[in-house]
Design a protein around this ligand. Structure first.
Ligand SMILES: Cc1cc2nc3c(=O)[nH]c(=O)nc-3n(C[C@H](O)[C@H](O)[C@H](O)COP(=O)(O)OP(=O)(O)OC[C@H]3O[C@@H](n4cnc5c(N)ncnc54)[C@H](O)[C@@H]3O)c2cc1C
Length: 426
């Protein structure tokens, strides 16, 4: 069957796809939003925190009816050995800068905004192929349905079949992705607030570095929902495959750590999910456009994970909007060739939020330094132990103590080189 009448097909009703559909539909474009899940967000996995600015820009005041679990007011980072931990916390003054959410509610809500703006959403419909005509994309194929359109926006996530089909990328290599796993652990809200030191209704985001990843390149996270904690790990794909590690084994290490135990004790695990993350960034694709198609969001590596902030959803929204704006300009010219759509890349570089992906382009390479997950967390914990211990045997000045603790773990030269590298990267 051929479904006609649509100018644009947006594939995937995640944050990128819905943001693109909203932007197009508002301008009166006939847009079809195609989602394979039973409803948008039904299968989507993430840690749990969304930076609000992207929604404010996209929706104005109506972002306020977003399905917020808790606004994040407390940030924390813990360096851990197997039996010790050194934590730093920060309390944000911004009451609404970021919030925790559940994707099953959030993606559904954002897709409804697209429908209200005039987009047509079809769910339980998987796009299997592109309609190709002499190297140009002319629409999508979903099961028995052929849907011809002027242009396609592919927002089909990390494992994007469409960018591959269009020849913009080949199979992802393990070193281009990370594996993310997450438990949702139910706990009464008062217990969550008491354990994380939160005022009623406030939320926290916490990251863990060190023993939890068992020497692998990665770390843990914890976000507070209203009545549950999202606890998870993100570990480099090449490490997972070369060490033949199972995701449950590093989750076990994280869960059993005394620091984490204090947060989750008595909780009931009600969900367990795993998903891939495109860590290689925008260079994952040779280019995010071709004749008749633009690629946005995770599908094009539009994500920034620098260890202490994880920005996938806000980046996906911004990229979806930029893709839609590119299409709107091309529509005016009636020219959807690659030459016309290449302004997308300029938009990505010019957008103040998306620009962060290029400003921090060295982050993935820097984070490959294994000492960040082994030597330094141990050093931080050992130095803290020595600095805070008073046992009457005589204390050393902190600088001397640090040098002593570093001895045998890392040379001063390497330490300084890593510090300078970090300062240049972040
Ligand atoms: C463990 C983990 C933790 C994370 N934590 C955070 C976090 O705390 N904060 C944050 O901002 N980001 C986080 N991220 C990243 C974030 O989830 C993504 O960057 C974001 O969801 C990207 O949005 P997207 O719309 O590009 O893709 P997706 O959210 O993956 O959406 C793609 C959509 O396309 C649909 N689809 C795919 N293929 C087809 C097809 N062929 N036909 C039809 N539909 C299709 C899918 O069902 C899905 O709905 C995390 C990711 C993981 C895995």
């Amino acid at each position: 069957m051929s479904l006609g009448g649509f100018e644009v097909a947006v594939v995937g009703a995640g944050p990128a796809g819905s943001a693109a559909a909203i932007t197009l539909a508002r301008e009166g474009v006939q847009v079809l939003l195609v989602e394979r899940g039973t409803f948008p967000g039904s299968k989507n996995v993430f840690g749990g925190r969304i930076y609000s600015y992207a929604l404010k820009r996209l929706l104005g005041d109506s972002w306020k009816d977003a399905p917020v679990e808790r606004f994040v007011r407390k940030e924390g980072i813990t360096f851990m050995t197997s039996d010790n931990a050194f934590s730093v916390e920060f309390e944000s003054k911004d009451p609404e800068g970021s919030f925790t959410a559940k994707r099953a509610k959030f993606d559904k809500w954002l897709a409804e905004k697209a429908e209200k703006a005039g987009a047509s959403l079809i769910t339980e419909s998987r796009v299997d192929d592109l309609i190709m005509d002499g190297g140009r994309v002319r629409g999508v194929v979903a099961g028995q349905d052929k849907i011809p359109t002027d242009v396609v926006i592919a927002c089909d996530g990390t494992t994007t079949g469409l960018a591959r089909r269009a020849g913009l990328t080949s199979m992802l290599e393990p070193n281009q992705i990370s594996m993310g796993v997450k438990d949702v652990i139910e706990l009464p809200r008062e217990k969550i607030e008491e354990r994380l030191g939160l005022e009623p209704g406030q939320g926290a985001a916490h990251v863990f570095i060190g023993a939890c990843s068992g020497g692998l390149r990665g770390g843990g996270f914890l976000y507070t929902n209203q009545d549950s904690l999202a606890l998870g790990m993100v570990v480099g794909g090449d490490d997972v495959s070369s060490h033949k590690t199972q995701s449950y084994s590093f989750m076990r290490k994280l869960r059993q750590h005394p620091k984490v135990q204090r947060f989750i004790k008595g909780g009931k695990t009600v969900e367990y999910d795993a998903h891939m993350i495109p860590e290689a960034g925008p260079k994952m694709l040779s280019r995010p456009y071709t004749d008749g198609m633009v690629v946005a969001g995770d599908a094009a590596g539009h994500l920034l994970n620098n260890g202490y902030t994880f920005r996938g959803v806000d980046m996906a929204i911004q990229a979806g909007v930029a893709a839609a704006q590119t299409v709107l300009e091309a529509r005016k010219k009636r020219d959807y060739s690659a030459n016309s759509l290449k302004t997308f890349e300029r938009k990505l570089h010019a957008d103040p939020a998306l620009k962060d992906m290029y400003t921090f382009h060295r982050v993935p390479a820097y984070l490959r330094n294994r000492r960040l997950y082994t030597v330094y967390p141990e050093l931080v914990c050992a130095a803290a132990e020595a600095v805070y211990r008073v046992d009457g045997t005589g204390k050393k000045k902190i600088s001397k103590e640090l040098r002593l603790q570093a001895k045998g773990r890392v040379s001063i030269f390497t330490l300084i080189r890593d510090l300078i590298g970090g300062a240049r990267t972040f």
